[in-house]
Design a protein around this ligand. Structure first.
Ligand SMILES: Cc1cc2nc3c(=O)[nH]c(=O)nc-3n(C[C@H](O)[C@H](O)[C@H](O)COP(=O)(O)OP(=O)(O)OC[C@H]3O[C@@H](n4cnc5c(N)ncnc54)[C@H](O)[C@@H]3O)c2cc1C
Length: 489
């Protein structure tokens, strides 16, 4: 007899879980806290970029909606094997070995992308952000090459179409408030006074990034002021209800993905912006310039690595600065290389023809210290090495702390622009422990019967940082696993 499965949430993880459970013949009901317009959680706010292991273009072409796009033939996608994906994750583990969850993410990433494509969830190359033109070709860098067609909203639409096509049902404005148990087994959910029974429940309700009390509890007082880049609905509800039935906390609760964001953006992300503009409050071209804090000091190596490998940590670095803001400074040499978000109609910046005139416009910054820092930076730039944003060019500062290890050009050609930024939290890393079928593990180490989890709510996948595009892949890998697991519960 087919099983009944309740999925909590309608983000990427929830929809992948639903597709997998439906494939296995389950009756699936998705319960979504938001209304229809705001359904889809953080997934809808994303650029839809997904990181996965591939051995060359032959692995990518079947995933594309338009493999005949002439730019595809003129692109160098390179390869990104499981060893490279694993070593990229290891680079953010602060010395930890790859966790079981990371091993699963890496090893199942390619087949999960093929599985999505088999459900007509299709992708396109990220020409604008992940490649530079070199010798007339689009050269991809950093191992991240594809995004869902029409970004996160497109991913949601394509996955939701698959769910509906396969007979899944969705209830909006349906915040789950607790889990029903009987004899240690989860047998359904509560929505206030209403009760719904099911053979299995899948928690896919995101992290706690939009809950300022939980942020402060787990991550410290600096995080109260953080902007929330995505949905206001990910308030840790699933984590709290899982704890009530004995689930163990797992992973790094003090860790999160947080990026530099426009200081003057609203407190949450804005889904009303058209596709292509939703990510525009993010400001991550810092590797082309420098960042100064209120004391006029630099505080990170802006060119430590490709920005895919630094942007998720530098939001936290900004929140650690006095006043919890910074300014990003660029000269006209790089204006054309800055991401489109710097030309966004609601991008905040100041501009002047000289650095002397720019510095006093940077509100909140010690002007004398800033002038001295910029002079010291310019004096430390290696003038011999050529600048090349398609590679780690080694064009570094000499004798500066912190150094700028790549792409260190002088900031000396006016006009100059400075953009005020703060830290915006994307999602939290701490969560629940799941077993190989996606079942939630309790404090005593045994799986809680009837309870499954996937997506941001799963812990142990990310620690000190995150190679861009891994969040959606994680949601898909663990969503598919939880959907199969729940349909056999
Ligand atoms: C601005 C932004 C850009 C990003 N860009 C990328 C990217 O390009 N690539 C990438 O890999 N990752 C990206 N991420 C990260 C990515 O969004 C997440 O990793 C992923 O979307 C998480 O999916 P999820 O299904 O776990 O959670 P979500 O998509 O957040 O879904 C959680 C759902 O649960 C619902 N919910 C919460 N509580 C309840 C409740 N009590 N009852 C019922 N429903 C509930 C929420 O309303 C929501 O719909 C980005 C995130 C943001 C914010």
């Amino acid at each position: 007899m087919s099983k009944s499965v309740i999925v909590i949430g309608t983000g990427n993880a929830a929809l992948c879980a639903a597709i997998a459970a439906l494939e296995n013949g389950a009756h699936v009901t998705l319960l979504e806290k938001a209304d229809r317009a705001m359904a889809g959680g953080n997934t809808k706010y994303t650029a839809g970029a997904m990181r996965f292991a591939y051995n060359g273009p032959a692995d990518l072409l079947p995933l594309l909606r338009n493999p005949d796009d002439p730019r595809v033939k003129n692109a160098d996608f390179g390869s990104y094997d499981t060893a490279k994906f694993g070593s990229d994750l290891l680079g953010f583990n602060d010395g930890r070995p790859l966790s079981e969850e990371q091993e699963a993410l890496v090893n199942l990433s390619g087949e999960t992308m093929r599985w999505l494509a088999s459900h007509d969830v299709k992708f396109e190359p990220i020409f604008s952000r992940q490649s530079f033109e070199k010798g007339g070709r689009h050269v991809f860098w950093g191992g991240l090459t594809l995004a869902a067609e029409n970004e996160g909203v497109g991913l949601f639409d394509m996955e939701m179409a698959a769910v509906e096509h396969m007979g899944g049902t969705v209830r909006y404005n349906s915040a789950v408030t607790g889990l029903l148990t009987e004899g240690g087994r989860v047998i359904g959910v509560r929505l206030g006074d209403e009760v719904l029974h099911a053979d299995a429940v899948i928690l896919a309700s995101g992290g706690f990034e939009a809950n300022d009390e939980l942020r402060v509890k787990h991550m410290g007082p600096n995080w109260k002021a953080a902007k929330v880049r995505g949905t206001p609905h990910n308030t840790g509800d699933g984590l709290l209800m899982a704890a009530e039935v004995g689930a163990a906390e797992y992973g790094l609760y003090a860790g999160c993905h947080a990026t530099p964001m426009d200081l003057h953006m609203a407190d949450f992300g804005n889904l009303d912006l058209p596709a292509g503009e939703r990510k525009n409050y993010r400001k991550i071209s810092y590797f082309l310039g420098v960042m100064l804090n209120a004391e006029g000091a630099r505080f990170v190596d802006e060119g430590a690595n490709f920005r895919n490998y630094t942007y998720a940590q530098y939001g936290a670095a900004i929140l650690d600065q006095p006043g919890q803001f910074a300014w990003q400074i660029f000269d006209s040499k790089v204006f054309d290389l800055l991401y489109a978000e710097y030309r966004f109609h609601d991008a905040h910046f100041v501009e002047a023809d000289t650095l002397e005139a720019l510095v006093p416009l940077m509100t909140g910054v010690d002007p004398d210290a800033a002038t001295a820092t910029l002079a010291a930076y310019n004096a430390a730039v290696d003038a011999q090495t050529a600048f090349d944003p398609t590679v780690l060019d080694g064009k570094a500062t000499q004798g500066l702390t912190p150094p700028k290890s790549n792409w260190a050009q002088k900031i000396d050609e006016g006009p100059f622009r400075a953009f005020p930024v703060t830290g915006g939290i994307t999602f939290t890393y701490g969560g629940l422990k799941v077993d190989g079928q996606g079942g939630v593990v309790g404090k005593d180490g045994s799986t809680i019967p009837g309870l499954f989890a996937c997506g941001e709510i799963v812990g142990g996948v990310f620690f000190a940082g995150y190679p861009g595009g891994s969040g959606l892949t994680s949601g898909a890998v663990f969503g598919r696993r939880a959907g199969y697991g729940a349909s056999q519960a």
